[in-house]
Write a new protein. Structure first.
Length: 282
């Protein structure tokens, strides 16, 4: 498949889980109606971004990676014939939780999952309270649209995982986010294009948008949206998403650019893993 039509969505927290699920199902159906063959939602898509605080009540948003939410959207994937990337709060067992993306193929088959490796614990990103670090490596899955890899939000600051996904054969990496203004603004403009260019694959990065003051009042932050697609040369594919409003972005991605970029630069030929000893030192 040379041209893949892909979609990402950016959404504002409505105040309750059920309406978020309904809204994302509507977005998925709209994207499919627009011809999208693959779609990703934002990080922890059906809840608030609860890393703002440290409160055990948010553990109740977790469920199994093959639980009711994933089953619901697997049915949507099968009905629409669209591959789906589902960023959920995973309960592996009682008291053990991960920040996870589940990948569903176009026939509704659950192909597997990725667990976020790099867990922040800084002001208003108190994620170590909620998540164990990922332990499943950096899997790449064969899907109806090509080879798909996944990374999650804070992971994007760590180039090693991006490279692992490239070495695993990814054609596209989905990086769902909950990113707010501050130190990250410039990084948001740099990191996804840099990762796409360094590893010569497509990157799709949906981000939350809007202020979750209906959940956190004065503690709430403004998520700035600006979701994006990047090509294997580090160029944006189309414009950024809105900085203030909900949106579904749909883009045509020409996967032939992957071979073109790699034939031009030969980064994978010229890399020197034998010389990178400090990277894997504890």
């Amino acid at each position: 498949m040379t041209i893949v039509r892909a979609a990402i969505s950016q959404t504002t927290w409505t105040g309750d889980k059920e309406s978020m699920l309904d809204r994302h199902e509507r977005f998925a159906r709209e994207a499919a109606a627009d011809g999208a063959q693959v779609m990703s939602f934002q990080e922890l898509f059906y809840g608030p971004y609860f890393g703002i605080t440290q409160d055990a009540k948010y553990y109740r948003y977790a469920e199994a990676a093959d639980g009711p939410i994933v089953q619901r959207f697997a049915a949507v994937a099968k009905e629409t014939g669209m591959v789906m990337v589902l960023p959920i709060y995973e309960e592996a067992m009682t008291g053990v939780y991960y920040n996870t993306t589940v990948l569903v193929d176009a026939d509704g088959t659950i192909l597997g999952k990725y667990r976020k490796h790099h867990i922040p614990h800084v002001e208003k990103f108190w994620e170590k309270f909620y998540f164990r670090p990922g332990n499943l490596g950096y899997p790449v899955f064969e899907t109806a649209v090509g080879r798909v890899g996944m990374y999650i939000c804070y992971d994007r600051h760590f180039p090693e995982g991006w490279r692992e996904l490239g070495l695993g054969g990814a054609d596209i990496v989905f990086n769902p986010n909950a990113t707010k203004p501050g130190l990250s603004n410039r990084l948001w403009e740099l990191e996804q294009p840099a990762a796409a260019a360094a590893n010569q694959y497509f990157v799709a990065a949906p981000n939350r948008v809007g202020r979750e003051d209906n959940e956190y009042g004065d503690e709430a932050v403004d998520f700035y949206g600006r979701s994006q697609f990047c090509d294997p040369r580090g160029n944006l594919v189309g414009d950024y998403g809105s900085g203030t409003d909900e949106e579904v972005l749909v883009r045509d991605l020409d996967f032939s650019l992957i071979r073109e970029a790699r034939d031009s630069w030969q980064f994978y030929r010229d890399r020197r893993p034998d010389s990178y000893a400090a990277i894997t030192a504890p």
